[in-house]
Ligand binder design. Structure first.
Ligand code: SF4
Ligand code: SF4
Length: 316
């Protein structure tokens, strides 16, 4: 039994799926950055991407499904680098879904991305943007030289389009720690971010999401290289917070990989923990896998430590 299962047992808890609300599509592993903590191992050399055929099959499944899905969460890699990104956003909006773009900000200045900000604003796409600090040193250390300046330029552009200022143009930022420690309290850090970004750069945004780093992929390898893997897992285990379990994102999310394969979350996708009861999204029937157990492992300790962690930030 893994350490996470043992903790659930000790607390008389079970992790089962609830009614699905979010369809998270991992469009591509390609990214213009190579961040040290990336749980997808994304980078410029990666080629994996959803084919147009797979996207059309997912849309056909959506059209035939009566499940109460509300949000399409587009992630990667850098989802905007997918050749059919803008077409897909239009298709999802036409189906009445709220669309979120997990954006690294610097992608706005990549070749062939002209007009990206304007496109996102015109379609009222929520932008969820990584910015692990309000100063340059930490951002450049984690995300690459020059990324902080590009991020500030992108945030100015998004603000000028109305993002972070107008009701329908949500701009949320994401913090994750630089090393093997848990994020600080989300409310206090959000207040600090708001003040510093406003005072130093005249930037506005809506909410800050604090995420913990899960010990897998590139961050897991870094922990192993630096001899911190076991101590980080122990930190996560000893910080277990049972109050986070009910709100874990895997309960209400369908995460879909490049070939349409179905996972309970993006992390499980990276670990190839494909669901045996519905290996592909189009295998999900009218019950939406409600009440079915979620596939778990030691990596899950990262979601339940401290205030908890999800794609939407802290959980308690
Ligand atoms: S963390 Fe995000 S921006 Fe950084 S390499 Fe991974 S996908 Fe790209
Ligand atoms: S890693 Fe995935 S499956 Fe595990 S608790 Fe977190 S969201 Fe749920």
């Amino acid at each position: 039994m893994n350490r996470f299962s043992r903790l659930l047992n000790e607390n008389a808890l079970e992790l089962r799926r609830d009614v699905p609300r979010t369809l998270q599509l991992n469009l591509t592993a390609k990214c213009n950055q190579t961040c040290v903590h990336c749980h997808v191992n994304a980078g410029p050399a990666r080629r994996e991407a959803m084919s147009r055929e797979t996207l059309e099959r997912i849309l056909a499944w959506l059209d035939s499904s009566s499940l109460p899905l509300e949000t399409a969460d587009l992630t990667g890699g850098a989802p905007e680098l997918h050749p059919h990104f803008r077409w897909l956003v239009e298709q999802l909006k036409a189906r009445g879904l709220h669309v979120m773009d997990r954006c690294n900000l610097s992608v706005l200045f990549e070749p062939n991305q002209e007009g990206l900000g304007e496109f996102l604003a015109a379609h009222e796409v929520e932008v969820v943007a990584s910015l692990p600090c309000y100063g340059p040193e930490n951002v450049n250390a984690q995300r690459g030289d020059g990324v902080f300046d590009l991020s500030i330029r992108a945030l100015h552009h998004l603000n000028a389009l109305g993002y972070g200022r107008e009701k329908n143009l949500l701009l949320n930022l994401v913090y994750n720690p630089l090393g093997a420690f848990l994020p600080p309290a989300q409310d206090a850090l959000e207040a600090a971010y708001k003040q510093r970004l406003r005072d130093d750069f005249a930037i506005e945004f809506n909410y800050l999401y604090c995420l913990a780093n899960l010990p897998i992929a590139r961050f897991g390898a870094q922990l192993r290289r630096e001899g911190e893997h076991d101590s980080y897992l122990s930190l996560l285990e000893h910080s277990f917070n049972h109050a986070t379990v009910g709100g874990l994102m895997c309960r209400t999310t369908f995460n879909v990989g490049w070939n349409g394969e179905l996972y309970d979350c993006d992390f499980n996708g990276m670990l190839h923990l494909q669901r045996p009861d519905a290996p592909f999204i189009w295998d999900v029937g009218p019950d939406g896998l409600n009440e079915q157990p979620i596939l778990i492992g030691n990596h899950c300790l990262g979601c339940t430590a401290g205030a908890g962690s999800s794609c939407g930030g802290a959980l308690s």
